[in-house]
Ligand binder design. Structure first.
Ligand SMILES: Cc1cc2nc3c(=O)[nH]c(=O)nc-3n(C[C@H](O)[C@H](O)[C@H](O)COP(=O)(O)OP(=O)(O)OC[C@H]3O[C@@H](n4cnc5c(N)ncnc54)[C@H](O)[C@@H]3O)c2cc1C
Length: 302
């Protein structure tokens, strides 16, 4: 079945609490502010998500999972798959015994870190300034300033694309550098439990402020981007290699290598996904010619 009126009637009739957005520009849902039209479904409960996945599986509808859209490049021509967006829908934060917290996939990492701080729990300060969701953060093993979610992840609950529920321990989730098992199997992260430690609220707050100030000083946060466009190559920094190749400020259409931080490709105004992809290829080619290092995109290209 294709993504027609009949399918969306079935969603409304049988999947419970789901917001539907038809022909919605992905540029409104990605931090790069690029991407063409998509059919987007935003379930507000795990039960609705499960029912939606079952319906899609039965109907032969392919899906893509979207969190906060801060690490995704969506095609200009639009999405063929149904986009299931969890950000701000599938939410919930809960303190558990033993300095642990449970966070649903659609929570922002920022709210989760603040919730931990309010509980007097340390360990998520590094995640406060990362603009993604918990689901996207676990999928990517988001990290900053020497820490990653792998360091605090106790368990993850996910649904496979038939809607069956599974829970795995942190180590089973195989989080590595910007990698996790969820990148290698079709599934939807529903929630995570983070194991933290008792700490001092003032100290936690202070650490968050210091890290945010470092971020603001070094990153072009005033322009749309997906953060660091490339993974850190072993033994190098992508930003330094790009700068050494003389590429700071280089542009293709509206996409530009940031003047402030060469590791960030930014949408300097009116960029398309095609512009960003062309700039990614140009940077890869020039850096390889200059240094022999092959840069691998960190941003997920849909
Ligand atoms: C200004 C800026 C600064 C950034 N700084 C950092 C940083 O310091 N450290 C860092 O690690 N990253 C950083 N990022 C990148 C990004 O925020 C992270 O990768 C984040 O973890 C992505 O989360 P998201 O919810 O936005 O995921 P999305 O961009 O929505 O999705 C990313 C991938 O995860 C998948 N996904 C999302 N949610 C789920 C789910 N629930 N289940 C299964 N798959 C899912 C998507 O299908 C997609 O493949 C930055 C981005 C920006 C724009």
């Amino acid at each position: 079945m294709c993504l027609n009126d009949q399918f969306f009637h079935a969603v409304s009739a049988s999947c419970g609490d789901i917001r539907i957005l038809r022909a919605e520009p992905m540029s409104r849902h990605t931090s790069f502010r690029t991407g063409g039209p998509a059919q987007i479904a935003c379930p507000r409960t795990e039960e609705s998500l499960r029912a939606l996945l079952e319906l899609c599986s039965r109907s032969g509808v392919r899906v893509r999972i979207l969190g906060a859209g801060t690490n995704v490049l969506a095609p200009d021509a639009g999405m063929e798959e149904l986009v299931i967006c969890l950000k701000d829908g599938l939410t919930g934060l809960r303190a558990l015994s033993g300095s642990r917290i449970e966070a649903y996939a659609g929570e922002s990492l920022a709210r989760t870190a603040i919730f931990a701080r309010e509980q007097g729990l340390t360990g998520l300060e590094f995640a406060h300034g990362i603009p993604g969701s918990v689901g996207g953060g676990v999928f990517m093993n988001a990290g900053a300033y020497g820490s990653e979610l792998s360091g605090v992840l106790e368990s993850v609950t996910y649904l496979d694309l038939d809607g069956a529920r599974h829970t795995v321990l942190g180590e089973q989730a195989q989080l590595g550098y910007r990698d996790s098992i969820f990148q290698h199997m079709p599934c939807v992260v529903v929630k995570a439990v983070f194991a933290l430690q008792a700490g001092d609220k003032e100290q936690i707050d202070q650490t968050m402020r210091v890290l945010m100030a470092r971020r603001k000083a070094s990153q072009p946060l005033e322009l749309p981007s997906a953060g660091s466009t490339f993974k850190r190559p072993t033994g190098h920094y992508a930003g330094a290699l790009i700068e050494q190749a003389g590429l700071k400020g280089t542009a293709v259409g509206g996409a530009q290598v940031s003047e402030k931080h060469a590791g960030f490709l930014v949408n300097a105004g009116g960029a398309s996904t095609a512009d960003v992809l062309a700039l990614i290829r140009l940077v890869q080619q020039k850096v390889f010619e200059q240094s022999g290092v092959r840069l691998e995109p960190e941003v997920r290209i849909w």
